[in-house]
Write a protein that binds this ligand. Sequence first.
Ligand code: 13P
Length: 362
Amino acid sequence: MPNFQVLATVRMTPQGAALTPEQKKELQDIAQRIVAPGKGILAADESVGSMAKRLAQIGLLFSADDRIDNCIGGVIFFHETLYQKADDGTPFINMIKDRGIVVGIKVDKGLVPIAGTNGETTSQGLDGLAERCAQYKKDGADFAKWRCVLKISDTTPSHLAITDNANVLARYANICQQNGIVPIVEPEILPDGDHDLKRCQYVTQKVLAAVYKAMADYHVYLEGTLLKPNMVTPGHSCPMKYTPEQIAMATVTALRRTVPPAVAGVTFLSGGQSEEEASVNLNAINNCHLGKPWALTFSFGRALQASALSTWRGQKENASNATEEFIKRAKVNSLASQGKYTGSGDCTGATGHSLYATHYAY
Ligand code: 13P
């Protein structure tokens, strides 16, 4: 009669170590550098119009002086921009690395429909990902981003979309870590809809619980990962209004229920909030009295660049003012990531404008 208890134990033993202690240390060090106190991420991987425009935009962000060095721990590039050079011929990668900022790369290849669902999607890009990661690592990148999207409606997110996206994120994270790349895991729940704060919290918990189950199944080394979630907010068309403290409480509660303390840091996306709203909410999150075992900081795209872009308007003569606007937002968010932002009360101009767009595409 076989001893089933022993058989079960043998089967549960890992078949091989996923990572060596040296690989683990490297991943953990990278993750911690990105989210060191007061630091967050500039997500510069959005597809803004033409290539020329995107390059010029990135150039003006990177021409910011050393005032941003204590605020920005990492920059996420697009494949094309990663290999570009500044006007004086210096590769962007070198410009960023020389200032102690970690270079990141967006590696998913966009959203694709899951047929038979109510408009739900998964993200593609796993084919050849190991080779791409190995090359990016050689070329100077130390972290990556992969974005999945989930939608809230009466019928979504479905169980299928939740599990499919969780598994794809875990597979991506497993592949990145094999190549010395820290994966940023982004299961974004869109703000589209009229759902209230409670429903967003419920869905966020379901999605994050599935993500961390999949991460455990795929042997992902959590200390060498970052999570990029949505803040828990009401839907964009929800008639009810909530305070930053209510948003903070719902967000931190959802994270505490689902995200293991081993995860190196949580870097929120801004998701169409105005610049000011995103900063004030991040600040409230950091002041929430519940225990918070992770760094809670920003990985903003729109909420770090909107003022700079509206000042710049593609005109060379506006470039230095635009750079100043970017530095201002970087400093504000650095303070917010430490719970030290007192708010500008500025709801005029780009800082107060909602940056929401339905089904925002990157
Ligand atoms: P937003 O902050 O504009 O939502 O963008 C962050 C990002 O990188 C989403 O993938």
